[in-house]
Design a protein around this ligand. Sequence first.
Ligand code: ZN
Length: 494
Amino acid sequence: MRIALGGITHEANTFCPRAADMSSFEARQLARGDEILANWQRTGTEQAGAMSVFSSQPRCQVIPTLLARALSSAPVEEKTFRRLLDELVERVHAAQPVDGVLLVLHGAMMSEAEPDATGEVLARVRAAVGPGVPVVGTLDLHANVTERMLREATALIGYHTAPHVDMFETGQKAARMLVETIEGRITPAAALVRLPMLLPPENSTHNWGPLSEVIHMALEMEREGALLHGGIYPVQPWMDTADVAASVVAITDGDPAAARGRAMELARVFWARRGEFTSELVPPDQAVRRALARPPRTVILCDSADATTSGSTGDSTVVLRALLRAVPFEGTALANVVDPGAVARAIEAGIGSTVTVRVGGGLAPETFAPLSFTGYVKTLSDGTFTFKGPGMRGVPHHMGRTAVLVQDGIHLAVMERGVSQWDPQLYRSLGLEPADARMVQVKSPMAFRAAYEGLYDEVIVVAAPGAASPQLASLPWQHLPRPIYPLDPETAWP
Ligand SMILES: [Zn+2]
């Protein structure tokens, strides 16, 4: 059995002013051929999970092709998307004959010209291998699943967790489904039900609340044997495009009508819970006051509106400004901002000196205002660290050259590039311990909760502007299909 393995993974946020280009993939992951397996086999990733299944199969040969992953941003620059896709397809071609293809995808990728870029990847790979070869894709929970994606793939397997901690297991499930399909033991039959709603992620988890109920229903259907897979997709809600929706994908063994019935059953519950996804948002100054009101404890200031994993730029100064207004306070606060110019000045000044820099607002100047920060240069780093938490464990991350500037109790990490903030290793790699701080700014809506588990006493979601704002009605929508919930509260379905 010969399997081609590859994929292109990106999550689009059309409110972000910065597109992903080739350097965005190079900074996160751009692996070719054997590099994919050599560097990633021991990680908590889809490809590692898939490999754990393939390597246990007798006479299974995996041909690694191209695996590209970038941090969320505006849609991928068209020439970058086409170059990556052409290379992926060429490598799949070169791998032929293959019995199956496994693609690591996100499902909410857009390019500048192609709103359904994941559908385009699946269509091109499908055309390369022909209609008879199974193509199975993995998806993030925040995928925007389209009819085209469903048509071009043999099966699509999504995460069942938020915070995302089941990449490895998702890769395993997809690999098993691919192998069983190739061996003729199953015939996946999928049904997609799309729901006209966008849901903010702050209260969207498999651990509690409305999403957990729907996910657990899907898992129960899998356990009963009614479904091979029940995918629940609340969608990345910052895609201003005509074809965006939350969705359910139910996959049965050869029974399209049953798949449709189960998908509708799940979709009805999902839809009925749509009003329960909002969370309390606290204005920045009030959030800092609340955090300082009851010492000693650690409070996460969840700056989800500037979440880099949701497609914001990471250069917001809204929380930093509130911290500066609150000084002096007892204890420390950890904060971060993307600003390559300020990093350069801190490096020039050197460790132990004091510098005054303007930080923030450089990438999204229309949304974020820069501010002046005078700090003691405590630490300089190359900005490389490895995730140790349950999501993407073992995966290296690169925030570029990074400086820690200290003013009063504020330890500000200034970095050259935005980076996923799921893991406290971001701060620890700079000698800062979140568990010892009174306030920790984290630019992530939900996913940080897995690796930060046990380190904090409270999470306060800050009401702030940003491309990833949970205040969806505040964003300048132009292309969205209307009516859609919650922008149009009276939206009816089905
Ligand atoms: Zn996600």
